[in-house]
Design a protein around this ligand. Structure first.
Ligand SMILES: Nc1ncnc2c1ncn2[C@@H]1O[C@H](COP(=O)(O)OP(=O)(O)O)[C@@H](O)[C@H]1O
Ligand SMILES: [Mg+2]
Length: 361
């Protein structure tokens, strides 16, 4: 899978620019605030339909303009494709080979992307929502049923939470079983696939971590223990759990259990990473998990993703930097940094210099 070229029009600080990417390592260099991350962001947006950092699409439109455009020619296991997005104040239009896509589900899975930036340290350090976000982004690209089940789960959950705030308690208690029947069938899909994904990720992450630390530390990633059994069994169990907690949920006014509250357990040398890991350990663990994600796309999705490494090298020591760059062999990588020389170690790469929202030619 690879992106051949990328066109940006009125996207962030770009007016009208084309990037020609090489098959392997692409290094975007430039001083701070020139547009390196903006370019990386555009690539991720075309792959997933979401920005890794902007809350709202309209932030992507160049100040003073009314719309932004991103377009890329790519080659993937499905052949050559063009993906484009036109982002306006009041919405967006995404096209695949010129045909309008109405649902994000139809975009996902055409081009896989793995994004890694210093922000990804939150995967280890922050609360469970960051780890669910990671799972959701990765699994949504890999599995359309997951994406669809998650969207429906979230919608019904919102309705259930609204119901829980209703003061007509007999209505609440009568209606809950109806909502829960539906909620739990989607919850089971989400929970089962997450658990399977983590089971697959765990050995890959442990291996990548051992590689990065020269076998000096160990990383263990494990899913919620309660998710055993197939979807049907899970559905039944999730339903029981909700049913046993009607009173609690009514008192709280929201649903306090279910996949929207789940976490992933991450341990370094047997200790909870969130609580005990140092900054350096956190960085290495997050990176190992991301490298494992790359391998999962290869095995489960049949193709390597585009790997986007935004500003991560400056935070790694030289040895780890070299190791990381060596792991990018064989996959298209878009790497941003301020000084290319410190990165390469003789590796061949396409170098692109960015200045003030333009490629310096
Ligand atoms: N919507 C926008 N319109 C115009 N400029 C923007 C917009 N969003 C961000 N920028 C500018 O982009 C620059 C940051 O670009 P970025 O890619 O994050 O830099 P870096 O090269 O350090 O990664 C800043 O100067 C910021 O003002
Ligand atoms: Mg940046």
């Amino acid at each position: 899978m690879r992106i051949k070229n990328l066109l940006l029009k009125n996207f962030r600080n770009y007016s009208d620019e084309v990037f020609d990417f090489g098959e392997g390592l692409n290094i975007l260099t430039g001083r701070n605030a020139q547009g390196k991350t903006n370019c990386a962001e555009a690539v991720f947006y075309l792959c997933t339909g979401t920005s890794p950092r902007a809350r709202r699409d309209r932030q992507l439109i160049k100040y003073g303009q009314s719309s932004a455009e991103i377009s890329a020619d790519c080659s993937s296991r499905c052949g050559d494709i063009n993906i484009s997005a036109c982002i306006r104040e009041n919405g967006r239009e995404i096209k695949l080979n010129g045909n309008k896509i109405t649902r994000n589900a139809d975009l996902l899975g055409n081009l896989y992307a793995v994004f890694f930036s210093p922000q990804e340290l939150r995967l280890i350090q922050d609360g469970p929502d960051e780890r669910r976000r990671f799972l959701n982004i990765s699994l949504s690209q890999l599995s359309r049923p997951y994406y669809v089940a998650l969207a429906r789960y979230n919608r019904i959950l919102e309705q259930r939470n609204n119901l829980l705030k209703n003061r007509d308690l007999s209505l609440v208690y009568d209606t809950l079983p109806v909502w829960d029947e539906q909620l739990c069938s989607y919850a089971a899909v989400v929970a089962r696939r997450r658990a399977d994904y983590i089971a697959e990720l765990a050995p890959l992450a442990a291996e990548a971590h051992s590689f990065l630390t020269d076998g000096k530390e160990s990383l263990a990633v494990s899913p919620e223990k309660k998710y055993r059994g197939d979807e049907e069994e899970l559905k039944g169990r999730l339903y029981e759990e909700l049913k046993n907690n009607y009173d609690r949920d009514v008192r709280l006014g929201y649903t306090a259990s279910g996949p929207h509250r789940d976490d992933v357990d991450i341990k370094i040398d047997g200790e909870d990473a969130k609580t005990y890991a140092s900054q350096g350990q956190t960085r290495t663990a997050a990176l190992a998990i991301k490298l494992a994600e790359v391998e999962i796309f290869k095995t489960a999705g049949g193709e390597y993703p585009v790997l986007i490494l935004d500003d991560v090298l400056s935070e790694l020591d030289l040895a780890r930097r070299k190791k990381l760059v060596s792991r990018t062999a064989g996959l298209q990588t878009i790497l941003t940094c301020t000084h290319a020389e410190r990165v390469l170690g003789g590796r061949e790469a396409t170098k692109i210099r960015i200045e003030g929202g333009a490629v310096k030619r």
